[in-house]
Design a protein around this ligand. Sequence first.
Ligand SMILES: CC(C)(COP(=O)(O)OP(=O)(O)OC[C@H]1O[C@@H](n2cnc3c(N)ncnc32)[C@H](O)[C@@H]1OP(=O)(O)O)[C@@H](O)C(=O)NCCC(=O)NCCS
Length: 167
Amino acid sequence: MTIRETRADEAAAIVALYPLMFPDEDLRPLVSALIGGGADVVSLAHFEGDTPVGHVIFTLGEGGDAALLGPLGVLPDHQRKGIGTALIEAGLARLRAANLRQVFVLGDPGYYGRFGFSEEKRIATPYPIPAQWRSAWQSLVFAEKEAIEATTLHVPGPWMDAALWNG
Ligand SMILES: CC(C)(COP(=O)(O)OP(=O)(O)OC[C@H]1O[C@@H](n2cnc3c(N)ncnc32)[C@H](O)[C@@H]1OP(=O)(O)O)[C@@H](O)C(=O)NCCC(=O)NCCS
């Protein structure tokens, strides 16, 4: 398995994965902005040869104390082989090494729970989310660290779009 940080000259190939991984929503503007320099991110891809088949972004914020995980996707033909797990674990290891305190995600608790994420009840999402998604807003505090003090998670510009949060 080859997982590494993506390069600027791979942005088009990475963005092109998204309609295949998320056929029902267009995440290309968000991903283009995030990996195109619009935010401080950790962008990791899983490669088969020179071809990316899975990708995850961790957006850094809160003065470098926290990150937001997402989007995460693996091409349909490559799912259920551990690639998503490996991408998350590689990202969390980097963030832990960079001394972050807390990582947030809006996603399926059945998936993210296995990495230690649990429902975030204190720190609010940047925009309101539908009530039925409440348990999908999760965070993980790294061992030996304390949760950040914010009451609302502050995220960089590309994430400041209500449509990304309200379904
Ligand atoms: C979610 C996703 C990234 C998982 O990637 P993956 O490489 O298939 O995941 P892994 O192989 O590491 O793990 C697969 C396990 O996760 C489970 N899983 C996959 N998607 C899940 C989900 N939405 N909820 C709960 N469990 C899920 C599978 O059942 C599987 O477990 P099992 O093999 O023990 O039964 C991938 O399915 C995907 O890209 N989906 C479309 C995009 C998407 O929904 N991304 C998540 C946005 S928050």
